[in-house]
Design a protein around this ligand. Structure first.
Ligand code: R5P
Length: 299
């Protein structure tokens, strides 16, 4: 609250530079939050917040790809904002990590999705994210104990694909079906969904149904490209079926070990992602979709 009883303008911090930082700050009529951070020689973090945060709601933007190195610095920022008197501290995680180990697939495995969610929930008042990998969980509140809002990447990807002609959308596996179906519905392109067997972190087998669409350009659709092997195998299967001019569109591009280079070399003509994770493939801007959900928590 301000002295005249109005709502204080939010401060919007970014753990690391992120393309949605400025547009989102403007859209919520906030101010960019500032802090300095560095590593001590022993590898520990130093962090100092240089904005006046007392009495103001704060938003922290952090894409949580490669999360292990980001998590402690994030906690230091979130907790320091609280200690300095922020009225609320929300997290906008355009990519939310630790969602895929949603099951104890083998005895003794850590259920990292649940442990991560329980830990992060202790440090935030709300969470906004884009297409978390909800597969065996149906909603974030199954594991997060704070209010959450989920933004869908499908509409912006569909908008990008709508303008193009003669496409066939291809989901590599059952998990991708929800995205492919939604994008097909918005964009009007036909779709097929394959099946995938995961044999290891970087080893998968993708099988596609018979393709009667030889006159169309296939666009592989997935929520996340991580090791890239799902897409790579899908490209091989499409080529085997005689398909040409293969494209790929994903919500989140992690591209571990610069796999994007290999994907292009394998015959993908066009590789696009939304800007949830900063990358040169970011052709689709998600910033506008994030404003409403963030504002709903700031009121
Ligand atoms: C899960 O099945 C997802 O929808 C993606 O297909 C998967 O996470 C991609 O992983 P990777 O790029 O490592 O094959």
């Amino acid at each position: 609250m301000t002295q005249d009883g109005g709502l204080a303008a939010p401060l919007v911090f970014a753990l690391a530079p992120h393309p949605v930082h400025e547009p989102l700050t403007q859209a919520v009529q906030g101010e960019i939050g500032t802090f300095v951070t560095r590593l001590f020689p022993d590898g520990e973090s130093f962090l100092q917040i240089t904005s006046e945060v007392a009495g103001r709601p704060c938003v922290v933007i952090a894409d949580l790809s490669h999360p292990n190195g980001k998590y402690l610095p994030l906690l230091f920022l979130l907790e320091t904002l609280r200690e300095l008197g922020a009225t609320s501290v929300g997290l906008l995680a355009p990519y939310l990590s630790y969602m895929r180990q949603d099951c104890r697939f083998h005895p003794g495995e850590a259920l990292t999705s649940r442990i991560f969610a329980a830990s992060l929930s202790q440090h935030i008042d709300w969470l906004v994210t884009v297409d978390p990998h909800l597969h065996r969980y149906h909603a974030l509140d199954e594991i997060y104990t704070v209010p959450t809002a989920v933004v869908q990447g499908a509409p912006v990807l569909a908008e990008w694909l709508k303008a193009k002609r003669n496409l066939l959308l291809v989901g590599p596996d059952a998990e991708s079906q929800q995205w492919v179906e939604r994008i097909a519905e918005y964009s009007g392109h036909p779709f097929v969904v394959g099946s995938k067997e995961r044999l290891g972190d970087r080893q998968v087998k993708v099988t596609l149904p018979a393709l009667d669409y030889k006159d169309r350009s296939p666009v592989i659709i997935d929520d996340v490209i991580s090791s890239g092997h799902t897409v790579l195998e899908c490209v091989k299967a499409l080529k085997k079926s005689g398909m040409k001019h293969i494209q790929c569109a994903a919500v989140h591009g992690i591209f571990a070990n610069d796999i994007d280079e290999q994907l292009l070399a394998a015959g993908i003509d066009c590789l696009i992602t939304t800007n949830t994770i900063p990358h040169r493939s970011n052709a689709v801007d998600i910033a506008g979709q994030l404003v409403g959900p963030v504002l709903s928590f700031l009121k």
